[in-house]
Design a protein around this ligand. Structure first.
Ligand SMILES: Cc1ncc(COP(=O)(O)O)c(C=O)c1O
Length: 524
């Protein structure tokens, strides 16, 4: 018989204390532990997982377990000096009684439920390898529904990796492209409807919204379209983890009817880098999807998930849910000031209105400020590099035409320092130069998976033109593949990728060599 009460009020948050209470109920040696509220009544002010981790870190353990640093100065003086003893003490191993193991609901389960309630999910999983892992898990789960999916062509490269991993055949739905700014937006409900009609065996629709540049698609209508075709809507909402926490921000995808949502919480929602959330919505497919997602999550989650990353998810969720309305209001003011000053100075251009004018753009995230610098005589890449090197200003990304400033939910960066530095940038004649245009997608020759696993050879880029790519190559950021496995390599794509690498800060993800001088192609 369990010695623990079935009333969670009478159990303790921290396992060691619970065990202590079980094995020696009269002990007074352990620090006094506060009883916890029943899990379903945990308020959003609560952080059960973070509290349990902190309580563990504050105890005087003899560590004979992993992680091998054991928070010991003798073992890892460099680590302790660099990070501080407390950080190492918080690096608590998984399956620790009373934290993520033991009497249910554990603090980890309670914190995941709080996250689910905060975002409006039926169930939420804590991820420790970013939204990239969320996309891999989701693709693997979708394979349980069928073999074909409709996928927005401008998804993140991790979705494409997921297609190859799961063996899904993708048919693409296309976003509009702004050729001037070189950016892709969203997918219209009509486009999704068309693709689902063309491919009636598709088992799911997979879209990305918001885009890297803050363009938000009409998720509510996309969900209606998907459901009318009898399939779930998956939304990669990596860039919208803060949505729904302030009335002037777009509503989040779960509350608009999405069935699965991947949320890169470390982006604008403020948790630590690499932490992310996978949400299952309450929609018509939830019963079928839940066991599939659960199994795929277990296959792909590390068996040593970082307690520090997961703690940051718990703390960031509380901050958004409890204080988001106030703090995000301040950030919205900052964004408005940046836009106001850029417009008033007249040299550069805030692109928000141009982006909003596209038919697939339903709303624009105000916390992404996309500034056209090329009209002011300097390319986006040059502007970003100079701001970094000479002004200690680190912008999220650039294209040939624009720089993108990301404002974390609740952050209050120095508007004047940024806008003054921007206007101090030299003229480089960028408006007159030939633009690095976003290339059209290559013709599709085989499925992603067939090309990914086919025998391949590596050729000089010039000779690879006209051959079928084995790899996914994406200018990064934004990480939207310019070339997919199975696509025919065009001269325009090669020139674009090489020009991207050559630009300041330029980086292309996924190639055999960093400078795109060689490409891996399907042998034959
Ligand atoms: C749309 C989109 N999805 C997924 C990811 C991957 O996110 P993470 O870096 O958290 O793995 C990114 C990264 O930028 C992204 O832009």
């Amino acid at each position: 018989m369990s010695l623990l009460s079935s009333d969670p009020n009478l159990n303790f948050a921290l396992g060691s204390r619970t065990l202590d209470a079980v094995t020696n109920p009269t002990t007074t040696g352990a620090p006094a532990a506060a009883p916890v509220a029943p899990a379903l009544d945990d308020p959003q002010t609560a952080t059960p997982y973070a509290d349990a981790i902190a309580a563990y870190a504050d105890q005087d353990w003899v560590r004979l377990d992993v992680p091998g640093h054991q928070a010991s100065h003798q073992g890892q003086p460099g680590l302790v000096d660099y990070f501080g003893h407390r950080t190492l003490a918080l690096d608590v191993p998984p399956l620790t009684e009373g934290i993520d193991h033991g009497p249910q609901p554990t603090p980890l389960v309670r914190s995941a439920r709080l996250a689910a309630r905060a975002w409006g999910a039926r169930k939420t999983w804590f991820l420790t390898n970013g939204a990239s892992k969320g996309n891999l898990v989701t693709n693997l789960a979708l394979r349980g529904l069928g073999t074909e999916v409709i996928v927005q062509r401008s998804v993140h490269s991790s979705v494409v990796d997921g297609l190859a991993l799961a063996g899904l055949d993708a048919y693409f739905a296309f976003p509009s492209i702004d050729p001037e700014l070189g950016i892709a937006h969203g997918v219209t409900p009509d486009e999704l409807d068309r693709r689902l009609t063309e491919h009636p065996d598709a088992a799911a629709a997979y879209v990305v919204t918001p885009s890297y540049f803050g363009a938000v698609a009409d998720v509510s209508r996309l969900a209606d379209v998907a459901h009318a075709h009898g399939v779930p809507l998956v939304v990669d909402e990596a860039w919208g983890s803060h949505f729904g926490f302030h009335p002037d921000l777009p509503v989040n995808a779960l509350r608009l009817g999405a069935d699965v949502v991947i949320s890169s919480t470390h982006k604008l929602a403020g948790s630590l880098t690499q932490s992310a959330l996978l949400h299952l919505g309450e929609g018509p497919f939830a019963d079928r999807l839940e066991p599939l997602l659960e199994r795929a999550f277990r296959s792909m989650q590390s068996t040593s998930s970082s307690a520090i990353l997961m703690t940051s998810l718990d703390l960031a969720r509380r901050q958004l849910a409890v204080n988001g309305r106030d703090t995000i209001g301040g950030t919205l003011d900052v964004a408005a000031k940046i836009r106001g000053r850029v417009m008033a100075e007249g040299r550069f251009r805030d692109t928000g209105d141009c982006i909003a004018a596209y038919p697939d753009v339903f709303a624009v995230d105000p916390l992404r400020v996309v500034i056209d610098t090329r009209v002011g005589g300097i390319s986006g890449h040059e502007a970003r590099a100079l701001l970094f090197a000479e002004h200690d200003i680190h912008l999220e990304m650039s294209t040939d035409a624009v720089v993108v400033a990301v404002l974390g939910a609740g952050a209050q960066p120095d508007v004047d320092r940024f806008v003054d530095a921007l206007h101090a940038l030299p003229q480089r004649g960028a408006a007159q130069r030939r633009h690095i245009a976003l290339p059209p997608n290559g013709e599709r020759a085989t499925s992603v998976r067939d090309a990914y696993f086919a025998p391949s050879e590596v050729l000089p880029a010039e000779q690879a033109i006209g051959r079928v790519s084995s790899d996914t190559l994406a200018a990064y950021p934004p990480g939207i593949p310019n070339l997919l496995p199975g696509e025919v390599i065009s001269r325009e794509v090669v020139e674009f990728l090489q020009a991207t690498v050559a630009a300041p800060f330029g980086h292309v993800r996924g190639g055999v060599v960093g400078d795109v001088s060689q490409l891996r192609v399907v042998a034959g």
